[in-house]
Design a protein around this ligand. Structure first.
Ligand SMILES: Nc1ncnc2c1ncn2[C@@H]1O[C@H](COP(=O)(O)OP(=O)(O)OP(=O)(O)O)[C@@H](O)[C@H]1O
Length: 226
């Protein structure tokens, strides 16, 4: 599945009414790898959460291949997210009492037998490639980087068309980070997915098709990497 993105007249507000982000227009085509960067507090995570349909107070249009997330009810948004979005966010939200494989295959709970098999196979592939410990330990004893890699395998296991990532390389050593960047880009290009990643990692940003700066709650024009 390939889903072009078109955002129009987007405003995101905090529950107290404060305007957090505006975006007059933004588009991404399937196969695009896009970086977002900007100073702390600029609105990068706010934008990613909006693209995932995780902002409750927003107006405008967030159209992924004909589905406008800004105008869907909570249940339909959750279903869309479950089926089509892989989120690699800073708060990994792992289940402490499960193993790496248990966490990475959580999506099997929502799917039938065929899809369950492919989720398990994909999860095992990513856990292996990302060198996550293979023992049956529960993740509460994992290091920060091991937890992050487990969360990445989980985000990708259900083969999402859209990958949204917030500092995906933040707790990884350089080699693991580079391998992850290469995997994400290959996967996105070869399967016509869309990757949008917030990052300060120059190695990651250099390999994106486009890098967008966000400042003071606004998307600025495409940046040239300094
Ligand atoms: N629910 C909320 N209520 C009030 N303010 C909020 C809320 N969520 C975010 N903000 C504010 O919106 C601004 C943008 O936050 P956001 O998390 O998007 O920044 P960011 O660019 O991702 O920053 P960082 O790089 O530090 O993660 C910040 O000033 C933040 O305090």
């Amino acid at each position: 599945m390939s889903l072009p993105l078109h955002v129009e007249s987007l405003s995101v507000r905090a529950p107290n009414g404060r305007l957090l982000l505006t975006c007059p227009t933004f588009s991404a085509a399937p196969g695009d790898v896009i970086g977002l960067r900007g100073p702390s507090g600029a609105g990068k995570s706010t934008f990613l959460y909006a693209l995932a349909g995780l902002q409750s107070t927003m107006s405008g249009k967030i159209d992924w291949g004909g589905t406008d997330l800004a105008h869907l009810g909570d249940g339909a948004r959750a279903r869309f997210r479950r089926e089509t979005i892989g989120m690699i966010f800073q708060d990994f939200l792992l289940f402490e009492e499960l193993s790496a494989l248990g966490n990475a295959t959580l999506a099997t709970a929502f799917n039938g037998a065929d899809k369950r098999r492919s989720i398990r196979k994909t999860a095992e592939g990513f856990l292996e490639r990302l060198r996550v410990p293979k023992d049956r330990r529960t993740v509460d004893s994992f290091s920060g980087g091991e937890r992050q890699r487990t969360a990445i395998a989980r985000a990708l296991a259900h083969d999402p068309a859209i990958i949204l990532a917030d500092e995906p390389t933040a707790s990884l050593d350089r080699d693991t980070a580079n391998a992850l960047i290469a995997d994400l880009i290959d996967l996105t290009r070869s399967e016509q997915k869309t990757l949008i990643a917030v990052s300060h990692d120059l190695h990651l940003l250099e390999q994106m098709d486009r890098v967008i700066d966000i400042a003071d709650g606004r998307l600025l024009s495409e940046a040239a990497l300094a």
